[in-house]
Design a protein around this ligand. Structure first.
Ligand code: M6R
Length: 601
């Protein structure tokens, strides 16, 4: 939930760290801080409540110079967002500084113990205990890495940590459960929570695994496990460009990412359909599969629900979908022979990772659908496919959702082709899907005008049927997370079993109403809303007199085959949520209380 960057080298350190924090701001933005070993060998620090700009303005006048520094952007878990609770945190003598992402579960017992030994705490955070624990061990041996190692053996919980000591020309980094990478440069080295933070400087990256500790100096690094055994790690070459993670003229990352979907889908498909056959790096034989369980969180859970529809239809294999946070805690009945698909944009979601480990421990085969290359989940699955959607920075997931559906469809088709030839029409439809999305995106201005009409609404209902019910759920999630308007997704037919009581002129209803086998039923549901004075926005690929009469606003999308309806129908709903939140003047990319990757339970 927080972002870390650290640097050792000869570049001007403060702008470098601030720039890195800006690239990580999607991970947390309630407070931020920086600490540098200055030219006098002292720790010089600044912290601010608020975003990175507040920190940047404050730190500017201090003219801090040095070669080693760490910085942090916070998303509070323990202790309210304020200057004192902002990272870095220090030992009593202010010789050691630490930045932390994760949760120290045994912090309160450790804090009591250290207090009894005379340590003085200043913040309410769980993280501060780490600085004091290292201080305690440093007093014994005077070696930073050894002291950190000793501390890590006592700490329970999760951490991505970067630590400096005023007398040592190095950064110590360690991880358990919270992502951390090492950036390898020429005469300079980096540590960060995520690649965008360092991409301006290097494309060579090492992904730390759980229980690994790295010692980073200007000229190199060494990585060990907690038993002190040296580990040889692969250095990855990052293919993303800095241009890909900037806004390219769009007002927000979310809007840019919505408009990137034609390209993202092309990339998700690239090289995976050849001679009417699906080629994936997944080792699965449909004959051996008893059932498939898909587990994920949030938007990725919604794409799982879409996947269930067409995997069952195309392959005949039963599919269950479970929230990862529920799956992991209910001792799920998983047997060898079951296939568990985990879906995660970030590849770092704590609940999804725990669900993966639970399923693995019970003998299931684990397949991943992940966007972030080299992420923790991607490294723990048995096999899987990357989305290749490019970096998704906006907290509200958009292009990852449509690419996840695409990936699930490819898996369904791959399983089917082992038994019989594929439907070439569907494959052709997949090829032209990017053009259809491009067409759908042209409604953006029209959708903004509709959003203007509804921006003062307090509630929304989103209704869909069959494969489009998850689209209604996703549309409602997009609206609530960025516009703070209460919105509920519901299966349209269920409306009469309760939610219809809510309908009056103040309850706008968004219908996902494509011309498929459920169309006539959906029109009947619209009649029911109309009869109760509800205002209707309909997303459809039809242009008949009936829908035009029933709906106050009709948003047209191009015609596609049934399997691709959830993708094309999502586009206007993403745009509607975006424009409405923007018209309300809200910070679309960084909605309150939310973080891009939820790396705590
Ligand atoms: O990175 P993941 O796909 O595992 O993230 C799962 C959810 O946290 C994520 O989809 C969340 O719901 C988004 N904010 C939705 O826009």
């Amino acid at each position: 939930m927080c972002g870390i960057i650290g640097y050792v080298g000869e570049k001007e350190i403060v702008p470098l760290l601030i720039d890195g924090l800006k690239k990580l701001e999607y991970r947390g933005y309630d407070s931020a801080g920086i600490c540098v070993i200055n030219e006098n060998g002292e720790l010089e620090c600044d912290k601010k409540k608020g975003g990175i700009l507040d920190l940047e303005n404050g730190v500017h006048d201090k003219k801090i110079k040095g070669m080693i520094g760490i910085a942090h952007t916070r998303w509070a878990t323990h202790g309210e967002p304020n200057e004192i609770n902002a990272h870095p945190h220090f030992d009593c003598k202010k010789e050691i500084a630490i930045v932390h992402n994760g949760i120290i579960e045994n912090y309160s017992s450790l804090r009591e113990l250290l207090k009894k030994e005379g340590h003085v705490f200043v913040s309410e955070t769980d993280s501060e205990v780490v600085a004091h624990l290292i201080e305690k061990f440093y007093a014994e041996r005077g070696d930073l890495k050894e002291s950190v190692l000793k501390a890590l053996k006592i700490i329970e919980g999760t951490f991505g940590l970067a630590i400096i000591h005023k007398n040592e020309k190095k950064i110590i980094a360690a991880r358990r459960g919270s992502p951390l990478i090492i950036g390898v440069g020429e005469g300079e080295m980096f540590v960060a929570s995520d690649v965008p933070a360092i991409l301006n400087h290097t494309k060579k990256v090492i992904y730390l695994s759980d229980n690994e500790i790295a010692e980073i100096t200007k000229d190199g690094y060494s990585i060990e496990n907690l038993d002190g055994k040296l580990i040889d790690k692969k250095v990855y070459d990052i293919k993303w460009t800095i241009n890909q993670i900037e806004k390219k003229g769009f007002k927000h990352f979310m809007l840019k990412e919505i408009f990137e979907q034609p390209e993202a889908i092309k990339n998700a498909l690239r090289g995976r359909i050849k001679d009417n056959k699906i080629k994936l790096t997944i080792d699965l034989n449909s004959e051996d599969i008893g059932r498939i369980i898909i587990t994920a969180c949030g938007t990725s859970w919604h794409s799982s629900l879409v996947g269930k529809h067409f995997i069952e239809k195309i392959t005949g294999i039963p599919v269950e979908v479970d929230y990862a946070s529920e799956f992991r805690y209910r001792n799920p009945l998983v047997k060898p022979g079951d296939v568990v698909i985990v879906i995660s944009q970030s590849g770092e979601t704590a609940d999804t990772l725990a669900a993966l480990r639970e399923a693995k421990s019970k003998g299931a085969k684990i397949i991943g659908i992940i966007n972030v290359v080299g992420s923790t989940i991607s490294r723990e699955v048995d096999s899987g496919i990357y989305l290749h959607a490019g970096p998704e920075i906006g907290v509200a997931s958009t292009k990852a959702f449509t690419c996840q559906i695409t990936a699930l469809l490819l898996i369904a088709l791959m399983l089917k082709q082992k038994k019989s030839a594929l439907d070439v029409t569907l494959l052709n439809e997949l090829f032209i899907l990017p053009e259809k999305i491009q067409e759908a995106l042209k409604s953006s201005d029209e959708i903004r005008k509709i959003a203007e009409e509804f921006k003062d609404s307090k509630n929304f209902l989103y209704l869909g049927r069959g494969i489009n019910f998850p689209v209604a759920l996703e549309g409602a999630l997009k609206l609530k997370e960025i516009s703070y308007i209460h919105a509920e997704g519901y299966p349209a037919a269920e409306m009469k079993h309760g939610p219809i009581a809510l309908i009056d002129e103040n309850m706008p209803v968004v219908f996902v109403a494509p011309k498929d086998s459920t169309y006539e039923k959906i029109l009947s549901n619209m009649e029911e809303i109309k009869a109760r004075k509800g205002r209707i926005i309909a997303v459809t690929n039809e242009d008949d007199e009936k829908i035009n009469r029933l709906a106050n606003y009709v948003i047209k999308v191009p015609k596609v085959c049934d399997e691709l309806l959830p993708i094309i129908n999502s586009i206007p709903l993403q745009l509607f949520a975006y424009h409405l939140a923007d018209l309300k003047g809200l910070d679309v990319d960084k909605p309150r209380n939310l973080a891009k990757s939820v790396t705590v339970e």
